[in-house]
Design a binder for this molecule. Structure first.
Ligand SMILES: Cc1cc2nc3c(=O)[nH]c(=O)nc-3n(C[C@H](O)[C@H](O)[C@H](O)COP(=O)(O)OP(=O)(O)OC[C@H]3O[C@@H](n4cnc5c(N)ncnc54)[C@H](O)[C@@H]3O)c2cc1C
Length: 361
């Protein structure tokens, strides 16, 4: 028996979801990507940690997949174990004395970066800091839109800014998602992880290096198991109305995408190049004239040019082709290249390295 077969035997003892050569396209919002050498769906925090421990025992590399809304998976697929994180536990722990500091430095950086000009958030933003705080522990696999509804139903607010973002709580921490001008790190108190060394550990927010589209998890292979959130016993109806309004505005964005693919350029670069905006949506549309351009079954969205949308039959090679086109046109016309804000899974470093680095940040 090879190690993959041994691992499957062990995973079968946890639950019956382990399969070999499982196509991964249906686990991503782009609906593309080849197979996982071995696939497992973890339905609880315990199943998630046990699967990772078994992979380590048999020295099989592992990859965690949340909702798959921020990843490009290679057409060749992913070697080793892919764990679809569907852990679901939500525990409302009760009142808390903790008052989390807001992410002032990150906010400053976000404001220096022109956010979506397409979506106005100002009228939806409001201060909740005077409301009492309440602590929750949430499994990393919980689907964020579901958590937003469940908490608001119970009079718990603070997540309404993230309405319309299709992802898990683990994915939200991993990339410190932002809704309007709010960052997910503003509601995170601590994170419970299984480290790459196999230790279970609670990491406080101050240890997580949160930044714009960044957390410490970009630098290690720790698995986020659960997250302690500090929310508010706030104005339920206002929070609900905000979440509905924000999700409705975000519906303009194509769902068969991975969100915005490129990080905005820094202001000094914008000013040197005398560009009206520093968003790649603007650059790709107005400067490079590539909006609507199609390769295979992938297309630079007509709705928002920093989004790439796919049609049935698309491959990750089609998306890479569009990245290449944008990269080359931008290098030739502007002398800068974009930095992607999605995660590449299953690729050789050499295939994608140039899209990860950037000359404009
Ligand atoms: C239509 C649309 C709109 C979007 N709007 C926004 C927006 O407004 N703001 C924003 O910030 N983003 C947005 N996104 C991007 C995306 O939805 C978020 O980044 C989301 O939080 C990703 O979560 P996920 O569970 O899908 O992560 P995945 O895409 O599954 O994974 C992303 C990365 O996180 C890692 N990861 C996931 N879970 C764990 C875990 N438990 N432990 C360790 N590593 C983990 C994965 O290995 C991978 O490297 C949008 C995407 C779409 C398709």
């Amino acid at each position: 028996m090879n190690n993959i077969t041994k691992l499957k035997t062990e995973l079968d003892k946890i639950n019956s979801t382990a399969t070999l050569e499982q196509p991964l396209a249906k686990y991503t919002t782009w609906r593309i990507g080849g197979p996982a050498e071995i696939f497992f769906q973890a339905n609880t925090i315990d199943e998630l940690s046990r699967a990772v421990e078994k992979a380590n025992e048999f020295q099989i590399p592992y990859t965690i997949l949340g909702w798959g809304s921020n990843v490009l998976i290679s057409d060749k697929g992913i070697r080793g174990l892919v764990i679809k994180n569907a852990s679901k536990e939500i525990e409302i722990k009760g009142k808390s004395e903790t008052n989390l500091p807001t992410a002032n430095e990150i906010e400053a950086r976000l404001n220096a970066i022109d956010t979506e000009q397409y979506y106005n958030f100002d009228d939806l933003d409001f201060d909740e800091s005077h409301f009492p705080t309440i602590e929750l522990t949430v499994a990393s696999g919980v689907y964020l839109p579901y958590l937003i509804n469940v908490t608001i139903d119970q009079g718990i607010t603070g997540l309404q800014w993230f309405a319309g973002i299709p992802g898990t709580v683990g994915g939200a921490v991993y990339n410190n998602i932002h809704g309007g001008t709010r960052f997910f790190s503003e509601v995170v108190q601590s994170v419970y992880v299984l480290t790459e060394k196999g230790e279970f550990k609670t990491l406080q927010k101050s240890e997580l290096d949160f930044d714009y589209d960044y957390s410490i998890f970009h630098k290690n292979k720790d698995v986020i198991l659960s997250v302690n959130l500090i929310l508010r016993e706030g104005d339920k109806e206002r929070a609900r109305n905000t979440s509905i309004a924000w999700a409705t505005r975000k519906k303009l964005q194509p769902a068969n995408s991975a969100g915005c693919c490129f990080q905005n350029i820094e202001k000094p670069v914008q000013s040197d190049l005398k560009l009206e905006s520093n968003s790649w949506g603007y650059i790709i549309d107005k400067v490079l004239g590539l909006k609507g351009k199609q390769i295979g079954n992938a297309k630079i969205s007509d709705k928002h040019a920093a989004f790439i949308e796919t049609q049935p039959g698309a491959s990750s090679n089609d998306v890479l082709g569009l990245f290449e086109l944008i990269y080359e046109e931008s290098k030739n016309k502007l002398g800068i290249t974009p930095k992607t804000e999605i995660f590449f899974l299953g690729f050789e470093q050499s295939e994608v390295q140039k899209f990860i680095n950037s000359s404009s940040q």
